[in-house]
Ligand binder design. Sequence first.
Ligand code: NAD
Length: 696
Amino acid sequence: MSGQPYALRDAAAVITLDNPPVNGLGHALRSAIVAAVDAAQADPAVKAIVLVGAGKLFSGGADIREFNTPKASAEPTLHTVIRVVESSAKPVVAAIAGHCMGGGLELSLACHYRVASPDALLGLPEVKIGLLPGAGGTQRLPRAVGVETALNMIVSGNPVPAEQLRDTALVDRIVEGDLLPGALAFAREVADKRPLPRVRDRPAVEPNAEAFFQFARNTVAAVAKNFPAPGKCVDAVAASVSKPFEDGLKYERELFLQLIQSPESRALRHAFFGERAASKIPDVAADTPTRKVESVAVIGAGTMGGGIAMNFLNAGIPVTILEMKQEALDRGLATIRRNYESSVKRGKLTADKLEERMALLKPTLSYDDLRAADLLIEAVFEEMGVKEAVFRKLDEVAKPGAILATNTSTLDVNRIAAATKRPQDVVGMHFFSPANVMKLLEVVRGAKTAKDVLATVMQVAKKIRKTAVVSGVCDGFIGNRMVEQYLRQALFLLEEGAAPQQVDRAMEKFGMAMGPFRMSDLAGNDIGWAIRKRRYVERPHFVYSRVADRLCEQGRFGQKTGAGWYRYEAGRRDAIPDPKVDEIIAAYRKEKGIAPRRIDDAEIVERCVYALANEGARILEEGIAARASDIDMVYLTGYGFPLHRGGPMLYADMAGLYNVVRSMRRFEADPHGDPSFWKPAPLLAKLAAEGRNFND
Ligand SMILES: NC(=O)c1ccc[n+]([C@@H]2O[C@H](COP(=O)([O-])OP(=O)(O)OC[C@H]3O[C@@H](n4cnc5c(N)ncnc54)[C@H](O)[C@@H]3O)[C@@H](O)[C@H]2O)c1
């Protein structure tokens, strides 16, 4: 290009947005665009300018790698680029293929014309990270596509195909076939037309503005309860109608700055980056070769085995499922079919697809049928002896290089691996129930698990659309190890004076999908009881409230027995407070000589969430989790922790670790419960003393 920042083609300066993988508008690219537009102004051979994306897309918007760095706001900012493009004396044509998102769409709206491939996707997804489009999107889009369409796009954040926008000023021409020649032909046609059309000069019209925006505000308030961004999007779009363009831009800026400082946006951005970070394992290079996984075997067709199998069937991967007895196999298959049938009834799946998926499933009673499988996942009873026997068998039949995974929730993956002669091929794949629905997959890394096995499992997780988080081997891995402390604390709260429904209500108001007692009733109180009985022996120095044991001694295992912390009516899941539970708790307090006191909701939330964060800190310092955001991803995707709070570790960060430790000292001084519980984990104490965060 001989030093020229653009390619001259047919009297048009072609400026290519080139910043893989998504042509993010990072600082270098922004500078290059300004330099190229300036040079094109000065070049008498240039009659028009065409902006086009390198590769298959226009631009994915801001370069997320620059987030939270000085480069993000360094000049030329996107605002400057937009001003330079919009005020060009020569027509600028955006040639849009593939994704044109966020800042990419805002940039194209500043161009004088836009041509697009029919399947190009245009959208402003900022709301999904708790923001609004802050570079004029809320003011220009309504002027280009109409107020209602713009509002829908901005509030939902969902992209729209160019084809659907062909009759609007956003898409001046749909180009079938090769985009660039089409864009150049268009540029030739408009090269001499003056004045240059600008989206900002168009009116944004809504005849019944007041009623329209009030209706929009009500609708948004009802669905976006915990998030301020959608409401602010409505306000910003309303300003495009009620204010002159420049005032609207200023107002958009104001709202943007408010949102970027909101805890909800911080939480959403944390989750957005946390999801990406979790897929990277610090000592496993991104280019580690992976093993091929084209067929899967599942051992055990119970609750988990069936759900696990469905994940692979949904992804078009054939599954062989093994059971010990024909009846169990039939039952497992019938459950899978029933699950799919209910999706068909709800209109989520076609009858053909159901049959297609079932055809990929091969039931068997013979280990011989597992010889060809690339990945074998065990989901049999939670007993070490049974698991060891299964793994010995898998070691005999699995082909060399096959990955052997266990879905154990509590057992030592290293011991399971030691039952084979190939511990490097053994890994934990801890799915959550219902396994075909829950997003979380804890990938448990054994002491000998090979790096390519980990890399492969992370890739498989993506294919079956799970959020995979790597955990080291420890009792309960990341999620259940933390939840044990959370539940322990919830039980202390009962002893000291709270009722189960008060604790649940406080935690649900905080945003948990389910309070700890409703959750225990769903999971089965007998499971926690079994764990506690083990703990009484293994950890005799730990104080546990025995109040839950009293409940279990009466057979109150939760929903499955019709009674637990609540009672349940046949066929219904509503948790109904039960005076019998109050009696059990009152009798327990009496026996222990505890005079109940009033506990407020704020104390309930602090104690339960800080119990999680403190154990999370131990998990971090032991290296069980690689980063705090991994722990948060476990809680957001597997434990119903509220997204707008960002996870227990970010919540603690936002409260300030200094304040967290202060609260813990206060709880420690309380004569009730277990004072040793509140000893801050060394990492937490250290970070708090240094004024730092878990997520620094
Ligand atoms: N249920 C949950 O919420 C949950 C969540 C995560 C992990 N897990 C783990 O998943 C595993 C399975 O749990 P589940 O809830 O599906 O239990 P389940 O009792 O519903 O299913 C276990 C199945 O394994 C079969 N089985 C037992 N021994 C076998 C053998 N030797 N060969 C072949 N099949 C055998 C049984 O017939 C049964 O159908 C356990 O390790 C459990 O800890 C369970």
